[in-house]
Design a protein. Structure first.
Length: 168
C-alpha cells in the first residue's frame, strides 16, 4: 500500500471545513458562584453556516433533568442568564452549553460543575450584571416530568418557567 503524497496531505489540511460541520463552542468553565444571584455564562460560538441557537442546560447536581435557557449574541460572544441558586438548596450546579447551526448540526461542551460558595469564598462569581436580564429569565423544561414550575433549588424571582407540553 502506497502512502499518500505530500500534495494530497497538504490539500486535506488546507481545505476549509465542510458547510455541514457542527459549530464550534469555546467556553471557559467557572469554578464557583454565590447563592442568591443569577449567573451569566458566556461562550464563543462559530459555525461554517449561521448559528441558529446557543443554549445553556443546567440543573442542580444529581437531578435527573436539565432546565434550559437561550443565549443571546452580544456582538462578540453568546451569553445566557441562569436563575440564582438558593443557599442551602444547591451545593453544586451542573451545566453544559450547546450550539445548533442552520444546517441542524449540534455541538456541546463537556458537563461542568459550579460550586455554590459563600460570597467571601468565591473570588470571581459569574454574576449577571444586567438588571434587566436578571429580571427576565425564561427557563424551559426539557422533560414533562419537571412539572409546571422551576426546581425549588433556584430563585423564581424574575423567572418565567415554560413547561414541556406533551404532544397530543
Amino acid at each position: 500500500m502506497r502512502a499518500p503524497s505530500l500534495l494530497v496531505l497538504a490539500l486535506a489540511v488546507a481545505l476549509p471545513a465542510a458547510a455541514d460541520d457542527a459549530p464550534e463552542v469555546e467556553h471557559q468553565p467557572v469554578p464557583c458562584t454565590i447563592p442568591g444571584k443569577p449567573l451569566s455564562l458566556c461562550a464563543n460560538v462559530s459555525s461554517q453556516t449561521e448559528v441558529a441557537k446557543a443554549r445553556i442546560y443546567f440543573r442542580r447536581a444529581g437531578e435527573e433533568f436539565y432546565n434550559m435557557v437561550d443565549m443571546q449574541f452580544d456582538g462578540i460572544k453568546y451569553c445566557g442568564t441562569v436563575p440564582a441558586p438558593l443557599e442551602g438548596k444547591v451545593i453544586s450546579l451542573e451545566y453544559y452549553i450547546q450550539a445548533i447551526d442552520t444546517s441542524y448540526q449540534a455541538k456541546r461542551t463537556s458537563t461542568f460543575q459550579i460550586a455554590i460558595q459563600a460570597e467571601n469564598a468565591c473570588e470571581f462569581p459569574p454574576l449577571e450584571k444586567d438588571a434587566a436580564r436578571a429580571a427576565s429569565i425564561k427557563v424551559f423544561a426539557t422533560h414533562k416530568k419537571q412539572g409546571k414550575k422551576l426546581d425549588d433549588g433556584f430563585s423564581s424571582a424574575g423567572v418565567t418557567f415554560v413547561p414541556l407540553v406533551p404532544a397530543k
